[in-house]
Design a binder for this molecule. Sequence first.
Ligand SMILES: N[C@@H](CCC(=O)N[C@@H](CS)C(=O)NCC(=O)O)C(=O)O
Length: 214
Amino acid sequence: MPQITLYFLQASRSIRIAWLLEELGLDYEVKFADREAGKAPQWLKEEAGGLGKFPTLRDGDVLLYESGNITEYLCDTYDKSHQLLPPLGDSKRYAVLQWIHASEATYALHALAILYARRFQKDGDPAKTEEALSINVQKDLDYLASELEKSPGKFIMGDEVTAADTMMEFNCDFVFAMELGTQGRKWPKIEQYVKDCQGTESWVKAQKKTGHKL
Ligand SMILES: N[C@@H](CCC(=O)N[C@@H](CS)C(=O)NCC(=O)O)C(=O)O
């Protein structure tokens, strides 16, 4: 039995961690659940423990949630060559950590504001709310596109996948799939980036093993 268990909710950020585990070449068991009325089923929350949000990961006695935190833990514990996250003392570490944090604290925040407005806004004009909130999403995407232009390779930090990509790929795929704030605009550089991420052997393996689909 592998000592690592990934509690995986369908159509969620859980794919970030499956992709990272594949990049690290680690053996892991997947406890997969489909959504029920859009939410995580109770049995998965009880079995996983923690905050009841996914991904959640168990490694022996260690229980972790928050995809950015799980990413740091897995890299610090198993990425001995520091391919995915540079070591302490290397300034490139903070360039990667910046994306790990931005993926949740900025990119997901701005996109989810629109999803929640779509779901929960009762009064006023939802289209106007979405248009106003889309400014943040579009600025975020413009910035990512400009950073990808500057990258010496097809991924954020260059030609090799890093933890910046294992976190950010989901944000881009999700925003495009749900058209969250895109307002008809296209970002071909980011569309190509998503294709390149999803074309890696490790992402393909993660998708097959988990059954992830948006
Ligand atoms: N910031 C957290 C977000 C976790 C989160 O909200 N996950 C969603 C799926 S993407 C979830 O578990 N939703 C199920 C529910 O709320 O029932 C992370 O990066 O892991």
